[in-house]
Design a protein around this ligand. Sequence first.
Ligand code: ADP
Ligand code: MG
Length: 265
Amino acid sequence: MASTVAIQINNLSKSFKGKIALKSVNFTIRKGEMVALIGASGSGKSTLLRHINGLHLGDAGTVYIFGTVLQSKGKLHSKIRLLQSQIGCIFQQFNLVNRLTVIENVLVGNLARLSILRSILHLFTKEEKIQALAALERVGILEHTYKRASMLSGGQQQRVAIARCLVQGAKIFLADEPIASLDPESARKVMELIVQLNRQSGITVVASLHQIQMVRSYFDRAIALRDGAVMFDGATIELDDNKLNEIYGAAAEELVMRGHGELLV
Ligand code: ADP
Ligand code: MG
């Protein structure tokens, strides 16, 4: 496989108790690409992202990360942790430990590589702390380093989650509706940060979003799922109302016709 590939998915299928969630999904994402994952609620976006980081096992098919098999035919790579450390996950809910400080939250991103004792005692090396501070500066919240995570706004918390991915050394960011819980201004700032990291550090980004305007503003490429199958993979400028109707189905037709395509979920 060419060394320019970050994520490759071949014929990935998954059913939950007989109900199909992913239907022979195929695509390739090159290193440094930024791809929006779109589709109606229940179309399989979260399920697909969870297969890419090995949290779900497919019934059939293969997921490659940087040319290495992460999972194939329902089996995980034996060194899954090593592969997972290259993948940073950002969720809709910020997934921080509220009672810990911002910097502690960033440091526990390293847990996979720390001994259990050190992680329980929260003992981190000076080098790790410097790395965490650099990441917090990069995401623009250095001044909040020693506040409890719960004191931060949603947008700030999402930036802590991003700093944690940076400290982890992730080369791929998987973001599942990263801005869905944010006000429009915070959402824009978080998207701009993600774009900046993509452009400056070549981090490959796959993000599920339901605001079509955001998809058009920040992404060149979109992959759309409908009922677990890829039904569009192309340039976001091709996402006209007809395409959106096909992607989101009958429920969306009215919204699009009324000019409210941006409200689609
Ligand atoms: P989306 O993120 O696009 O809203 P999901 O990936 O959450 O869609 O869900 C896709 C389909 O898979 C849905 O029908 C959902 O009910 C089902 N599903 C997802 N996760 C599970 C699970 N852990 N157990 C059973 N069904 C699931
Ligand atoms: Mg989802």
